[in-house]
Every structure is written in structure tokens, then in C-alpha cells.
Design a protein around this ligand. Sequence first.
Ligand SMILES: [Zn+2]
Length: 174
Amino acid sequence: MRMDAQCEENYTDAVNKELLLSYGKRMHNAGYLREADGNLSVRCAAGASLYITSAGKNKGALRLFEIVEVGLHGKRSSGHEAPSSDLPIHLAIYRSCPKFGAVLHAHSPRAVRLAQSEGSGPELPCVEQPSQIPAHIAASRAVLLKNHGIYVAGKNLEEAWRLLEKIERPTAKT
Ligand SMILES: [Zn+2]
């Protein structure tokens, strides 16, 4: 079977929203996000928009109505809350990388340490400006933002989460 650049799983949007809540909780419970830190998004089933967490919310206790749907060109389609201030980064990643269906931004402990020491080589690059993230994430799938944290992308939330776990716990058996 031919595997093209689109996401291989075609979850319904109801499932995508539930998964967004569930991975937000996992990130919070793992200590990768404190208080209202970080954000995460998933590409909608039709591909032309994304679901993103709203600004200023604790991802451990997010509710369905705190998810915002935004078209890939920036027009909000549903949700009453303000989307995460990182929305432009998420939009740019989905627009330039059709293979990605999910993006996570965390302040996870090892990533934060590496971001202070400017990364760990070409497999985990470190950039100075958020605007540089989309260009680098296509190849490496994970990019550190200097003195800040990490952005991780995957074909779906599970893949992005696994990569984040691997970066945080490089010696753990999976
Ligand atoms: Zn951050």
C-alpha cells in the first residue's frame, strides 16, 4: 500500500479533540508542562485546519470547549477561547510539512537543560527564534528553542509524544 505524505490515521475530529485533552494531561502528569506552560495541536481530519489548546490554560485539566479550531491560514473556525500564542508556529509547521499531524510544545526538564546548553547536535537542533522552528522541524522532528523548551512534531499525537519521551528519557527501554 502506498503511504503518502498525509497522516495515515484518519481519526474523526471528535477523537482528535479527545486525544488532544488526553495528551495534554499526559504531558502535565509527566512534569513536562507546569501551570499554563506549553501547548499542543492536532491536524483536523479534513486537513485544512487544526485544533489547538487555548491560551493560559493548565493542560492537565483542559476541557473540550477550551480547544480552538483554526484554519491553516489563521482564520478561527470554532471555539470561544483565544488560541495559544504559539499558534503561528503550529500553523507554519502544518502548512510546510504535510507529513505532520500533531505538534507538542513542552518545557520538559531535559529539553530545557539542553536548550540552555544549545542542543545536542544535528538530530536535535537548537534555534534562537521561534520563527526558525518550522524550517528545522521538517528534518529533525524536534527542535529546541534556546533558553526555553522544545517543539516536537509527528504524524499523530502518539508519535510526537513517543519522540518527546525518548528525548526526555534516552536510556529508557520502550
Ligand atoms: Zn514555552
